[in-house]
Write a protein that binds this ligand. Structure first.
Ligand code: CDP
Length: 225
């Protein structure tokens, strides 16, 4: 396992790897695999917004009800995620609605920063990790791909979960979510100035993973100079 300890710049010995990017860009899979490779804990921050949305939908509330959404966000733990339920198409859309509420983002901030501050560090993926949650992350990767490629991947993923999908509808979802996530006032999706862009349009998962590892290794090289 790589020795990060003497290289870390963030909090003491900790090393933080931040991955951001739009829906179905591949950041979640890459984050999971990087975490495994470097022996770090991983937080998929999208699950926090999906779980908040799910609590509202299950209670029959609207996802844009600020008071309820904040209270649902405050009640979340880091481990109680039913991924089979949360990863569905409808929950991605509802998550992006709750995620546009500044008070919801504020309610989830400390939890994410506390995760990032674990001894040894962490890998986090989301939309605002490199810009807002961990602006001092040691490694920042902005993962992207064309909307068509992402819609194709998401349609395959949803079908493998047993969800009936229509490619055109998934592409439309992706476009709506891109617009909402990038256009919101609070912590919009955007590339941090010091992030390395990884465009996975032409890459399968193994090639994307190899490219992500190369970015991390190159950064280690810089930090050790
Ligand atoms: O898997 P996918 O990329 O489709 O979505 P996700 O990462 O699970 O995130 C679902 C929604 O939560 C996104 O569309 C964002 O609106 C929101 N989100 C966010 O605003 N900030 C984050 N750090 C993570 C997710």
């Amino acid at each position: 396992m790589p020795t990060w300890r003497r290289l870390a710049q963030t909090s003491g010995d900790a090393v933080i790897i931040a991955l951001d990017g739009p829906a179905a860009s591949g950041k979640g899979t890459l984050a999971r695999r990087l975490a495994q490779r470097f022996g770090l804990p991983h937080l998929d921050t999208g699950l926090l917004y999906r779980a908040t949305a799910s609590a509202l939908v299950e209670a029959g509330e609207r996802p844009d009800d600020e008071r309820r959404a904040v209270s649902a966000a405050r009640g979340l733990g880091l481990t109680d995620f039913d991924e089979a339920k949360l990863r569905g198409r409808a929950m991605g859309e509802a998550a992006s609605i709750v995620a546009a509420i500044p008070a919801v983002r504020a309610a989830l901030l400390d939890m994410q920063r506390a995760f990032a501050a674990r001894p040894g560090g962490a890998v986090l993926d989301g939309r605002d990790i490199g810009t807002v949650i961990c602006p001092h992350a040691d490694v920042k990767i902005f993962v992207t791909a064309t909307p068509e490629t992402r819609a194709h991947r998401r349609a395959l993923e949803l079908a493998s979960r047993g969800e009936k999908v229509d490619y055109a509808a998934v592409l439309e979802d992706i476009r709506i979510r891109d617009r909402r996530d990038s256009g919101r006032a609070s912590a919009p999706l955007m590339q941090a100035m010091d992030a390395v862009v990884l465009d996975t349009t032409q890459l399968d998962i193994e090639a994307a993973y190899a490219a992500a590892v190369a970015i991390v290794e190159a950064r280690r090289g810089q930090l050790s100079l």
